[in-house]
Ligand binder design. Structure first.
Ligand SMILES: *Cc1c(COP(=O)(O)O)cnc(C)c1O
Length: 430
């Protein structure tokens, strides 16, 4: 048994499924998860001393590579002044100012501790603001594990086969309406059938949680105008796309202005941080400025703010990061496409900037139904073949890959080579 396997056996006795977040358990691909000891730059190291090229990067935050020095230094500096005060700090003001300057639609912002907290708060605020109860989400989009969002949820919920989780009350489920992604007509029908009842529409402006799925031309514009017409608060969940698809996230890249934005992942530089922000009149509904209650003992934690600030400052000051991420994404896309052509495989690749999914289906993938046509056993064999070749992928077909700028051209070539070999192995062992 490897050290990872021994740790997993013990963990399963102590922690549900042996993990603190479901997808990590490798259930969708079989086998036993790697237990990670450390990581630096483009590499991650397991408890058995093996190294892997990172294509998950903590599900996004490590966009500059692991243990990026300016972030590390900021944390070291902050630690000397105690770890938490539960009182306002200068860093929170600096953080708010920076977020507002980077994200086009954000006029005021509140810090929380995770993406889940951000989305839960955002819909509460939208409900308080509109006086309406219902929300619209898209099938296969993931917005964290809040009750209202575990209806046709993507990411781990989809991977585990529980897109509709037990434990969510019927009343909560009834207030969440769902439509297929990229289907404006379906949204219009929902809005007309629930006239003056819909508080908010929440979506991933580019989906990462059913694999990478792009909005079709006109989709985001159409959503914006439907929300305007029906007085619905439009929430862009940019927990994944924020500070990734552009300095100002997907809203900058596509030129669409949401009313509220939820943020997470990169914003904490690897520490547990989330945020929600947007229009001043809506954000002024939040306590203590307004009546909608939302709080957090550790919110705006000084160590987390220091890491996040160092991360965002680097992204803000170095536009070269984004051009390099585009270059890496394009190189991988081209390399993988060439291999598919060479092997005569009709599979689909969706890529935008540093988000990337190889879908093992002949269908083009623009919604949840398309994504579900993938050959999952084939993906499992491919995943393990990649791991054997030293490439660490997300252990599920329904996730996006997230590259970091630490990936050199040489490493990109290694990944492309490993992909071609792994596809061959996966097909042969069917
Ligand atoms: C990861 C993610 C979340 C949840 O964030 P957590 O920090 O895991 O709670 C919400 N929305 C999107 C789009 C995400 O990718």
């Amino acid at each position: 048994m490897t050290t990872s396997q021994q740790l997993f056996e013990k963990a399963k006795e102590l922690i549900p499924g042996g993990v603190n977040s479901p997808v990590r358990a490798f259930r969708a691909v079989g086998g036993s998860p790697l237990f990670i000891k450390s990581a630096k730059g483009p590499y991650i190291y397991d408890e058995d001393g093996r190294s892997y090229i990172e294509l998950i990067n903590s599900w996004g935050p490590m966009i500059l590579g692991h243990a990026f020095e300016p972030v590390e230094q900021a944390v070291r500096d902050a630690i000397q002044h105690s770890f938490s005060f539960g009182a306002p700090t200068r860093k929170e003001v600096e953080m708010a100012e920076l977020i507002i300057s980077m994200v086009p639609s954000v006029e005021k912002v509140r810090m929380v501790n995770s993406g889940t907290e951000a989305t839960m708060a955002a819909i509460r605020v939208a409900r308080g603001f509109t006086g309406r109860d219902k929300i619209i989400k898209f099938e296969g989009c993931y917005h964290g594990h809040g009750d209202s969002f575990l209806i046709a949820a993507g990411s781990g919920a989809m991977t585990m086969g529980v897109p509709d989780s037990p434990g969510v009350t019927k009343a909560t489920a009834a207030d969440t309406l769902t439509a297929p992604y990229n289907d404006l007509a379906a949204v219009e029908v929902l809005l007309e059938n629930n006239h003056n009842q819909v508080a908010a529409l929440i979506l991933e402006p580019v989906v990462g949680n059913m694999g990478c799925v792009l909005p079709e031309p006109g989709f985001l514009e159409g959503i914006r105008s439907l929300c305007d017409k029906h007085g619905v608060v439009l929430i862009f969940d940019e927990v994944m796309t924020g500070f990734r698809l552009a300095r100002g996230g997907a809203q900058e890249r596509f030129g669409i202005t949401p009313d509220l934005t939820t943020m997470g992942k990169i914003i904490g530089g690897g520490m547990p941080v989330g945020a929600y922000g947007g229009r001043r009149d809506i954000m002024d509904m939040v306590s203590p400025a307004g009546p909608v209650y939302q709080a957090g003992t550790l919110s705006g934690n000084p160590i987390a703010m220091s890491a996040g600030l160092a991360m965002l400052r680097h992204l803000n000051d170095n536009p070269g990061v984004y051009s390099r991420l585009e270059e890496i994404g394009t190189k991988l896309h081209t390399g993988f496409s060439n291999s598919l052509a060479k092997l005569g495989l009709p599979f689909t690749i969706n890529q935008i900037g540093s988000m990337f999914t190889l879908f093992m289906t002949e269908r083009s993938v623009s919604n949840f139904a398309d994504a579900k046509t993938c050959d999952l056993p084939l993906f499992g064999r491919y995943f393990h073949a990649m791991l054997e070749r030293g490439v660490y992928l997300a252990p599920s077909q329904f996730e996006s890959l997230f590259v970091s700028v630490a990936l050199t051209d040489e490493l990109i070539d290694q990944v492309i080579q490993a992909n071609e070999e792994s596809l061959t192995v996966a097909l042969t062992n069917a």
